[in-house]
Design a protein. Structure first.
Length: 334
């Protein structure tokens, strides 16, 4: 696949809206593209007409190149400007996906057929595609996952602990606050108290941090709130149990914590000769453990993912093909 074809294919894929939950059309685009190239393609059902795409070259793969093709909202189409490919998914992760196809094609042209492709849905909202794909693992030794790492191989990634804090109060007329108990006040007090908690640290991943992503509560300005809740997203460096314990110990008298999502941090396989880095985001890798030892690398910057003008340098997309080929060859020789 030449560079013009790679960029054209990247833009065509970006132009298909695959916001999480709406991946079917993009899945068909990918599957048909691979079928035209001569791959044996399986469409693995996930849910609601959505499916993962699994492609091989007729032999059991030793190395599998993988990423996701769902994107966060809002969708916006592609354009090229100033040597950059703009559009939703340009770096997270449709640009990586096409670079992986181009890398597989270059490896095949060199006579290497022990490379497979795995493209999944749902990464941005709980990894349901990866969870389904894990049951279809084909015995590969290594998984090369694509996410925006500036084409550096990740040493480790943080995990996620998403927790909901529920506060219960008692409704009353706001002119008689002594007759009620404000759930919103309790929730605010809990959120403030958590700011002073000494969260766990790791020598490689650094200190645990979190953000308050959602707050809901109350029914009207003149009613003392009977219910309130918030969702916190921790970027973890170890097990979530210590975080849950700290929340219960510090603010358990104010709120009831409820686990929403747990994704563990991951230590990754590295490859000699490729720049490395540590990343704060999480990926599908914890849910694809049956696909082999994981490597994480891809074009684009995490600072541009999910932004209002997501883009990736065209040169970086092309460089990613070299990185994937070099990485796959190193793993195949391991």
């Amino acid at each position: 696949m030449d560079s013009l074809t790679q960029i054209r294919l990247t833009r065509e894929l970006i132009d298909v809206d695959s916001t999480t939950g709406r991946e079917s059309e993009a899945g068909e685009f990918i599957a048909r593209t691979l079928e035209r190239l001569g791959y044996a393609v399986a469409r693995q059902p996930v849910a609601d007409g959505r499916f993962n795409v699994i492609a091989t070259l007729g032999v059991p793969p030793a190395v599998v190149l993988s990423t996701h093709f769902d994107c966060v909202p809002p969708f916006f189409a592609s354009r090229e400007e100033g040597g950059r490919v703009h559009g939703r998914g340009a770096c997270d992760a449709k640009g990586a996906l096409v670079a992986q196809i181009a890398a597989a094609e270059r490896l095949r042209a060199s006579g290497e057929q022990r490379v497979g492709l795995l493209f999944v849905v749902g990464e941005e909202r709980g990894s349901d595609g990866a969870r389904a794909a894990n049951g279809a693992a084909a015995g590969s030794r290594f998984l090369i996952n694509g996410e925006p790492t500036d084409n550096r191989v990740a040493v480790a990634t943080r995990g996620v602990y998403r927790v909901r804090l529920r506060a219960a109060g008692k409704a009353a007329h706001s002119s008689l606050p002594e007759l009620g108990v404000s759930a919103i006040d309790k929730l605010v007090d809990a959120i403030v108290a958590l700011r002073s908690v000494p969260w766990p640290e790791d020598p490689v991943l650094g200190r645990t941090f979190y953000s308050v992503g959602l707050i809901r509560g109350g029914v009207a300005p003149n009613v003392i709130s009977a219910e309130a809740e918030a969702e916190l997203m921790f970027r973890t460096v170890g097990g979530h149990e210590a975080l849950r314990q700290a929340i219960e110990s510090r603010v358990g008298q104010l709120v009831q914590p409820e686990d929403v999502l747990v994704v563990p941090p991951v230590r990754l396989t590295t490859v000699a000769g490729v720049d490395t880095a540590v990343f704060a985001f999480t990926t599908d890798i914890p849910f694809l453990d049956r696909w082999g030892a994981p490597v994480l690398v891809g074009p684009g910057s995490a600072t541009l993912a999910h932004t209002a003008d997501e883009y990736c340098e065209a040169a970086e997309l092309l460089r990613a093909v070299d990185v994937y080929v070099e990485t796959a060859n190193a793993l195949l020789r391991a």
